[in-house]
Write a protein that binds this ligand. Structure first.
Ligand SMILES: C[S@@+](CC[C@H](N)C(=O)[O-])C[C@H]1O[C@@H](n2cnc3c(N)ncnc32)[C@H](O)[C@@H]1O
Length: 272
């Protein structure tokens, strides 16, 4: 079967999705390692039997709402090529914005950076690329996520110290860090998510009734262990800004915009 016919059949199987043609093309382009325009330029190209079988399997999975990134096993995020699997959250566009806020806010290169809840390792890897002289550490509670994050760091030629930790648990008391980033789970547990998000690890997404259990626990640990930082960066939902302010009432809290100018991020700094 040629590309044109293959795509046409795939679209019929993906009709229940929002943009079946785009989905079918993205998957085929990824499978053939080509751009989408190439598919349209050479519609008569024939797939091999193996390619055809694999594509059929991919379409079946997408029809069952498996996210594209989990099917292809790869995502391009903030110009980094990253592996993803069912143990890691798929890095989001808003987190790219968070990273750019962090970069812009540095007047001098930070010496130490800690990424808590590293998942695929995306934030830690990107920051290490921006600040090569910084010592970057990355923690996650999920062993399997750390396994993949290590592979991603290697693939992107970055040296990062990965460790399994419940938030900052493994840090000694009175640790000083220049920049901490914590993109922790922040979705209220009763929120209905899309079937695609439903296939991502719930431990990477949900955090108690108001979505802020992890962030509250982080603040409590930081206080108990007397951990000090110059900047602590958080990502959350725009509706959570007031609660974030009250959790960090002993600090200066500055909100930063994300998609559509809504406040998705906070920069927490010690009061002068
Ligand atoms: C929202 S995801 C963020 C992943 C990645 N940093 C990103 O931006 O795509 C939250 C991550 O926090 C991790 N996590 C959840 N609870 C944790 C805890 N108590 N301590 C450390 N990491 C935790 C999850 O395993 C998940 O990888």
């Amino acid at each position: 079967m040629n590309l044109h016919k293959t795509l046409k059949t795939a679209v019929t199987k993906l009709n229940h999705l929002e943009n079946p043609s785009l989905e079918a093309e993205v998957l085929l382009a990824s499978l053939l390692d080509k751009h989408r325009t190439w598919l349209r330029t050479y519609p008569e190209t024939k797939l091999s039997a193996t390619q055809h079988l694999k594509y059929k399997w991919w379409i079946q999975q997408r029809a069952a709402h498996k996210p594209v990134a989990y099917i292809t096993g790869n995502v391009v995020w903030n110009s980094l090529s990253l592996k993803v699997n069912k143990h890691t959250l798929i890095p989001r566009d808003e987190t790219e914005i968070l990273c750019h806020h962090i970069k812009t806010a540095q007047t001098i290169s930070p010496k130490t950076i800690l990424d808590i809840g590293t998942g695929s390792g995306c934030i830690a890897i990107w920051l290490k690329k921006q600040f090569p002289s910084a010592q970057v550490s990355a923690f996650d509670i999920a062993k399997n996520a750390l396994k993949l994050a290590k592979k991603n760091a290697k693939q992107n030629q970055t040296e990062i110290k990965f460790a399994k930790s419940d938030l900052t648990q493994i840090l000694p008391n009175k640790t000083k860090i220049d920049v901490i980033v914590a993109n922790l789970p922040y979705v209220p547990e009763n929120l209905i998510v899309t079937p695609e998000v439903d296939q991502e690890p719930p431990t990477a997404i949900f955090s108690g009734t108001d979505g802020l259990d992890h962030i509250r626990a982080l603040q409590a640990q930081i206080t108990d262990k007397s951990i000090s930082f110059k900047q602590l960066w958080l990502e959350f939902l725009p509706s959570q800004t007031d609660t974030i302010k009250s959790i960090f009432s002993d600090y200066k809290v500055e909100f930063k915009p994300g998609v559509n100018e809504e406040l998705f991020f906070a920069l927490i700094t010690p009061r002068a």
